[in-house]
Design a protein around this ligand. Structure first.
Ligand code: SF4
Length: 457
């Protein structure tokens, strides 16, 4: 028998943890995991997914709006313990979703506990998430959640988010994450690796490393080494790269040591993909954001990354219409984009967020100016994307199959496409024999603004 850590067990840890507090209105779920290590993988995936969707995980029954009990049904004693745990969760909370091995025996469970909200079997984590969404609807917050609102659709089994830390030590003026989520708190490297290994053993082909500040990983625990694994992003990326799955790094803050990751990409250990939010390019705007202001050096850095790993895909996000942004500052951003030629770009028009320090800055930009700048920025970003994708026509590349619809059209992603935020490669014919989660080589025969089309070779 194994279980999730005591500080995440409402039945074992009656006192609320001080870290990871729920924000006002944040949907909150409790989890009791009683199963074997295989069941624990499902529990971890469910918890990771729920956190990424914006749920808080409660260590006590009263703080939770529903409780998931991941049961074991292997031995009679384990069944009895599972029924007892369900009973305790019902008594303490009242809203209980049952999953795990004993979930295969729904009548047996409902015979004792007819009021449980849902019963699902082992490894049916998608159904558990469905039941959670039905019982406690997600409340996405675009300012602090790690996944886009569309991300509440279920993660296919062949990729998985892997959360390596919580919180952030920076103080970007437009951002309330440090206030909501606290300072950086990294998971020990061996715990992250253990979760990753189990995910890969369970069939996951792509690990999406997420946190608020991925490149700062381990700073708070002084890059401690435990069980032979050092808590530093370069070491963690190398260790994860050894598991044989695609490893994609998200939310990499532009620190100088990011360049140490590039050789790992060039070697093929991790995907040649860097999701690195630059937010702006004008030094004065960046200073008003309280972000690193050396945008010219960033161009040199990008050139060096491309020299060392020519296949690298760079994704970034930007804010236009930040308070005080002049037309000249915005033009600098456009000129910078001409030079940087980023592959993937997201852009937000600045908005005040309750509690953000940028709200009180002078010279807020009128809405129509923000919209105009957003249009001009996106026009440029789209033209760059289109040209870059057009250059891929005729080349061969590996893709991962995400979906095959009833007409036989396969929706895939290249190494340059993160799920839910980037483009796709579609295969319109010859998909018989392809499986979801399979990695195949295709030849690209057509390109659009953000997507590609190709055929299996
Ligand atoms: S680095 Fe990211 S999470 Fe941290 S304060 Fe800045 S924007 Fe917020």
């Amino acid at each position: 028998m194994s279980s999730n850590p005591p500080d995440l067990r409402p039945d074992l840890a009656p006192k609320p943890r001080m870290s990871d507090p729920a924000r006002p209105g944040q949907p909150t779920i409790g989890m009791v995991s009683l199963g074997c290590p295989k069941a624990l993988v499902d529990s971890e995936r469910i918890l990771t997914r729920l956190r990424a969707e914006g749920y808080a995980i409660s260590p006590d029954y009263t703080g939770a709006e529903a409780v998931i009990v991941n049961t074991c049904g292997f031995l009679d004693s384990a069944k009895a313990e599972s029924l007892e745990a369900i009973g305790e969760a019902l008594a303490e909370n009242g809203r209980v979703i049952v999953t795990g091995c004993l979930g295969a025996e729904e009548d047996y469970i409902r015979g004792t506990h007819p009021s449980v909200l849902a019963v699902t079997g082992p490894h049916q984590y998608e159904q558990v998430l469905d039941a959670v969404h039905a019982a406690v609807p997600p409340a996405p917050d675009p300012y602090i959640d790690l996944l886009p609102a569309s991300g509440v659709s279920l993660t296919p089994r062949h990729y998985s988010y892997l959360k390596i830390s919580e919180g952030c030590n920076h103080k970007c003026k437009f951002c309330i994450i440090p206030d909501m989520r606290g300072r950086l708190a990294s998971r020990p490297a061996h715990a992250v690796l253990r979760e990753a290994e189990k995910l890969v053993e369970a069939g996951v082909k792509e690990l999406l490393v997420i946190s608020q500040d991925t490149s700062a990983y381990g700073v708070d625990i002084k890059h401690a080494e435990a069980n032979g694994h050092r808590a530093h992003i370069t070491d963690l990326a190398r260790d994860l790269g050894g598991l044989g799955a695609w490893v994609r790094l998200h939310y990499v803050y532009p620190y100088p040591h990011v360049r140490q990751l590039i050789p790992l990409m060039a070697e093929g250990l991790i995907l040649p993909y860097l999701d690195i939010p630059f937010q702006h390019a004008h030094p004065d705007t960046l200073r008003r954001m309280a972000r690193p202001a050396a945008a010219a050096k960033t161009l040199d850095e990008i050139a060096a990354w491309r020299r060392d790993c020519p296949d690298i895909t760079l994704r970034s996000t930007f804010i236009v219409g930040y308070p005080g942004e002049t037309e000249a500052e915005f033009q600098t951003l456009l000129d910078w984009m001409d030079e940087a030629q980023l592959d993937r770009v997201g852009c937000f028009q600045y908005e005040n967020v309750d509690g953000a320090r940028s709200n009180t800055l002078p010279d807020h930009v009128p809405d129509e100016v923000k919209q105009d700048r957003w249009n001009r920025f996106m026009e440029k970003a789209q033209a760059i994307s289109e040209a870059k994708l057009a250059a891929k026509v005729g080349t061969r590349m590996e893709v991962i199959v995400d979906d095959i619809d009833e007409d036989g059209i396969a929706t895939c992603r290249t190494k340059a496409d993160a799920p839910e935020i980037d483009g796709n490669l579609f295969i319109d014919e010859g998909t018989e024999g392809l499986r979801v989660g399979q990695i195949v080589t295709v030849e690209v025969d057509e390109a659009g603004e953000y997507d590609l089309w190709g055929g299996v070779v």
